[in-house]
Design a protein around this ligand. Structure first.
Ligand SMILES: N[C@@H](CCC(=O)N[C@@H](CS)C(=O)NCC(=O)O)C(=O)O
Length: 202
């Protein structure tokens, strides 16, 4: 089994954190998905990372499909097995992924010539990030983890998204504006799984 991705992608980091939390050692094949030489299109027609390639040569994407697979491979589980409780954690994973999606769209838009950038489009993405951050803050004012009393895949996903925002869009100061988030993020970042997957300096 191998994981194709970059050291900076929040979606790849989410998968790598989950693998590390479970003590699973999977080869990371580093790819720049935007490079014309990238092999990603051979594994994912959508040309996105992460992709997990099984020992049988089957590709799994997107990251939420990979996390579902990885969570079943080894204990401890990071989402409940059934029912609404499982859907809640999957929703929280989607919340983190959605924040990261919006951030990545802004990041790509900023790479365009200034005259070609669509400010209204970037403002729309920014609204999603701000509302997502506010939602995580509301939830963490009621319990120490999004999943209740223990770390869940929802927490991992949202933390990977917010840490990526801090890395790539540092003007979004969620840590300073949301003390509950800052405390939660600090305890997550102290975990070995997050330390080991910190992106290289920008
Ligand atoms: N929904 C996808 C999003 C993955 C994604 O957007 N990855 C970025 C890197 S952070 C990518 O591969 N972008 C290339 C592209 O959009 O063509 C997932 O969760 O796996």
């Amino acid at each position: 089994m191998k994981l194709i991705g970059s050291l900076t992608s929040p979606f790849v980091r989410k998968v790598r954190v989950l693998l590390a939390e479970k003590g699973l050692d999977v080869e990371l094949v580093q790819e720049n998905v935007m490079s014309p030489e990238s092999t990603v299109p051979n594994f994912n027609p959508l040309r996105k990372v992460p992709v997990m390639v099984t020992d049988e040569g089957e590709s799994l994407y997107d990251s939420s499909v990979i996390t579902e697979h990885v969570d079943g491979l080894a204990d401890p589980p990071f989402m409940p097995r059934h029912g609404l409780e499982r859907s809640r954690v999957r929703r929280d994973e989607a919340l983190g992924d959605g924040i990261a999606d919006a951030g990545v769209l802004i990041f790509y838009e900023r790479k365009r010539e200034p005259a070609l950038r669509d400010d209204a489009w970037m403002a729309r993405q920014r609204q999603k990030i701000d509302a997502g951050v506010a939602e995580i803050g509301r939830r963490l004012s009621r319990s120490p983890w999004l999943g209740g009393d223990s770390l869940s895949l929802g927490d991992i996903s949202c933390a990977c998204a917010l840490l990526w925002i801090e890395f790539r869009l540092p003007e979004i100061r969620w840590r300073e504006e949301q003390p509950a988030l800052a405390q939660w993020a600090a305890s997550i970042e102290a975990r070995e799984s997050f330390r080991a997957t910190r992106p290289p300096p920008a």
